[in-house]
Structure formats: C-alpha cells, structure tokens
Design a protein around this ligand. Sequence first.
Ligand SMILES: NC(=O)c1ccc[n+]([C@@H]2O[C@H](COP(=O)([O-])OP(=O)(O)OC[C@H]3O[C@@H](n4cnc5c(N)ncnc54)[C@H](O)[C@@H]3O)[C@@H](O)[C@H]2O)c1
Length: 257
Amino acid sequence: MPGRLTGKVAIVTGSSSGIGQAIAVRLAREGAHLVVDYRSHPEGADDTRKQIEATGSRAVVLQADVAKLEDTRRLVDEAWKQLGGCDILVNNAGIEKGADFWEVTEEDYDAVLDVNLKGVFFLSQAFVRRLREARRPGCIINISSVHEEMAFPHFSTYCAAKGGLRMLTRDLAVELGPAGITINNIAPGAIETPINKSLLEDKPKLEALLKNIPLARMGKSEEVAALTAFLASEEAAYITGSTYVIDGGLMVNYHEQ
Ligand SMILES: NC(=O)c1ccc[n+]([C@@H]2O[C@H](COP(=O)([O-])OP(=O)(O)OC[C@H]3O[C@@H](n4cnc5c(N)ncnc54)[C@H](O)[C@@H]3O)[C@@H](O)[C@H]2O)c1
C-alpha cells in the first residue's frame, strides 16, 4: 500500500545490507525519507541510497557506530537538521558471535551487548529526547529475534542481548505511551542475509534447520520489511509493547516423539 508513510522521516540502523537495507527501501516506497546508517560498508549504504532515491524519497547516508553514544546522538541530530525531524526509529543493527558459554571472552560479550542492547537503549533515548522536546509522537521498532524467547545454545551473548531487548520494549511501552510514542519488536526466525553466511554455505546444517520450519524455507528480508512498514504506519497506531514473530512457524513447531 504506497503512501502510508508520506512525509515521515525514519532512521534505520545497519541499513547497508540484509534486513536493514530491505526495510529502508520499503519505508521509502511507502513515502518516508530515510537516514541510512552504516558502520563499515559505505558501498552497501550507497546501494541503499540509490534504491531509496529511485522511489522518489530522500536519503541521508551517515557512518555511525550504534555502540558509541556520540554516534547515536549524531544520527538523531542529523535527521532533524537535514530532514526536519524524525518520526520512526528502526533499531536493526546487530551482530552475533558463537562460542561455548565457558569460552566467551569479555571482549565478545561487550561487542554483542554493546551493539544489540546498549546501542538500542541509547539511540532510542536520543530519539525520544528530541520528540519530547518537540511534543511530537513517534514509533520505535526493534529488530529482535526469535532468540529473545527461544534458546540458542552457544550464542549466550546474543540471547542475553535479545532477551534484554524484549523486556526493554515492554518497559518503554509503559513509560513512553503517555507521550504518544509506541515501541514494538519484530522477532525474525531464519532469514536469508549475510549474518547467516556460514549456515547458507553448510548444506547439511541448512537442511536440518529447514526440517524445523513448517513453511520449509528461510524467510526473506523483504518479508520482514513488509511487517516493519505496517508497524510504522498509522494502521498500527494502537499497538505497543508487543513482539511480532516472523519465522515460518519455527517457534511453535514441536512434535511428540
Ligand atoms: N538473518 C536472520 O536470520 C535474523 C534472524 C533474527 C534476527 N535478525 C536480526 O536482524 C538484524 C539485521 O541482521 P541481518 O540478518 O540483516 O544481518 P546483516 O549482517 O546483513 O545486518 C546487520 C547490519 O548491522 C550493521 N552493524 C553491525 N554492527 C553495527 C554497529 N556497531 N553500528 C551500526 N551498524 C552495525 C552491519 O554493518 C549490518 O549492516 C540483526 O539485529 C539481527 O540480529 C536476523
């Protein structure tokens, strides 16, 4: 449905690839202007910018590491300066590092928690501060994971971060509701993106995973983007504090042996 976001401005973190890129392009197709954030792949961000501009929307490309507080503040400040405000924040940037729990290093713990939880926390804080000053409503959408609820052995840092995100969303829905700011999580299952590169290259592992998915395939970034566009639109105005699972049935798939 084109035009649902006409006149809105959105920041999408980590939008130089994968789910973030698909979301940025989809929000642009719905009429929003975009801040495209990237950490280390300017060529991917440039590709996102070109796709956004082809829809007729504006794109401001910024290098910002969401794990750094000054970078998160700059993202919001530039959205207001260059695009006149910011109505929608999509916290998409995320990383994962696999290791047995007893081998996890402090460095890897900090890296995963800093991007997946601390980054979301302080970027959302910067976003909310500007909205409160301007007395404007807004909408936050976090790209969480089925692993905000479901175990993922050997990825304890990822689970701790996404589980934290689940509770943060519920808490902020209550605290921000009176200001007209909604916040929801999207919990994707297995989506075909660069984060799953090693899985996609490992045929036996991939086949075993697909056996657990009732719809028998991985999801597409564009499918996550379609859900994001709905949650960012007026049609979802009464939804806050929720998690929307998009996983082909993975989480509910249990068989008695
Ligand atoms: N692909 C899946 O199966 C899947 C499933 C569940 C959840 N997710 C979540 O979806 C989100 C997007 O992942 P993806 O699958 O598109 O993978 P991806 O690796 O293509 O995207 C992650 C993006 O985040 C960016 N990023 C990483 N650290 C950053 C930082 N410090 N600052 C700014 N940007 C940073 C990366 O550069 C990249 O563009 C992540 O939060 C991930 O946890 C993915």
